[in-house]
Design a protein around this ligand. Sequence first.
Ligand code: BGC
Length: 632
Amino acid sequence: MHHISRDTLRGVLLTRRPRGLLLRVGALSLLVLGSLLIGIFQPLAVTHAASYCQVTYSVPNQWPGGFTGNIVVQNTSSSAWTSWKLTFSFPSSSQVVSQGWNGNFTQSGQNVTVTNMDYNANVATNGTANPGFNASWSGSNPAPTSFAVNGNPCNGSSSNPTPTPVPPTPTPGTTPTPVPPTPTPGTTPTPVPPTPTPTGTPTPPGTHVDNPYAGAKGYINPDWANEVTTAANTKGGTLGTQMAKVANNSTAVWLDRIAAVTGGTGVTRTLSGHLDAALQQASTSSQPIVITLVIYDLPDRDCAAYASNGELSVANNGLAIYESQYIDPIASTLSQSKYSNLRIATVIEPDSLPNLVTNLSVPKCAEANSSGAYVKGIQYALNKLHAISNVYNYIDIAHSGWLGWSSNFQPAVDLISNTIKGTTAGVNSVDGFISDTANYTPTHEPYMTANQQVGGNPVRSASFYQWNQYIDEATYDTDMRNAFIAAGFPSSIGMLIDTSRNGWGGSSRPSGTSSSTDLNTFVNASKIDQRYDRGNWCNQPAGIGTRPTASPAPGFDAYVWIKPPGESDGTSDKTQTSPDGEGKQFDAMCDPNGTSRYNSAVPTGALPNAPDAGHWFESEFEILVQNAYPTF
Ligand code: BGC
């Protein structure tokens, strides 16, 4: 696949200075606390009418010990702000910000100050800035009662409503699995609260539920499972036994060309063939089946690389073909009544919109942008797919090693939000977002945090992280989700992480935090990500990560396997310099002897003897199993 921090270079150039959030410690432990979620609190709004500013403070999410706050700061004065400083005080000393976004948060006692980031310094009359944060609380969690911007009070008396706890809605007919807290090194695990007993009338099959993965069984792609089993039998021994276990896991079905939908050369099973197989699996399951499809055939696909270019081009009427010969047949197949009891999740066009955020200097990406092909194609797909009630749409947000720099983060949120808002159902046409398919970062880096100081510098300033705001995917996804909610999306949106390659076990995995006081030595010895560079996306000797899991943490719908382990990211054959029948060709990032396009100081790390993207690559599969974490 595609999948890069294609923007690594630009990220480096734009982000070599320390900036951004001052208070990010404890994000991981907040997530852990978050996994103890017992109830979602409805937003509470405290609105202050004013002639200079109006502030709306809400708490979209609260759990024992922690909460998320969103603040909408509106400029109600008659002139634009070129910078802003928001001040307010928490009523309780237990309320302490641990992490913020869309603003620099500092706290002294109960007094909080939030200043603008570079990208949201300018706020026009009636415009807004949308800072948000995670914080702790105990006892009670009252809303602050007065706010000021640039020293001017945002007038109005404040109501101080008590949030009404909404009990979690269990999916009837299923037994929720309690998620045990992951102990953070050095902390005492908190006990898991009792499992709520589901009550109420069972959801009729086919109803659009909040999280399609909860209470469902993932579709096993028989063709991929067959390749895994054959490889395992051939291998034999301990490794063969481990390899065989991989086949029991659900992976996504990639609709990577028109023939994958309707049939053609080299296609083992069409879309309806997979759906029929899913019905077959449903017939022997007490739970509904969730099948995940990757929508992946935009014109000028994978515009900043070569490995997965695809069959359609903007220049050759690709958008019209995409709509009528690719999306329309998908939609008409999915809407057949015989499939209405399946839950069908779609991963929409990995690698597309992120390329428009960071790679417009590449001509093909510029063409995909100026023609509107990516945006219009995705809007068309969303309109068709959202109209089918048992379909759940998830939009690609690449990964933290690509869009995590603050210079990329909010522009990505803006582009993706605006694309979705341009559909008929607007923000409701998606169910959430997915990361780690277009390249990947570990879900957690267990032995350090981004802002931990080593030798007087934060971890994120190490060579490997290049000042990126994020070193782990869970924090990135949590912040992305909050940013989308701040941009107007409902708090029902859920995140997915593709964990099929982000495990990083094996003999090189560190077992604890380094004691070095040299930053780069510390980071290199503490990180589980074993790549030379986070931009290395092609055929890495990585490890399979966490098994597909529903509702792994608050705000997450699931960990899923989108890239099927064992399928190549791109050919290593240097002679394949023009597109073959699948539109695929050699990309220098897949050259095992080359250096990275994004960082010429490091090797690509790509494995040798790789076939075309998407084709079975047995030696890579063996390495992914050997380096799996957890092990098989
Ligand atoms: C390829 C697709 C393939 C997918 C999953 C992508 O990189 O371009 O053809 O289906 O990976 O392996």
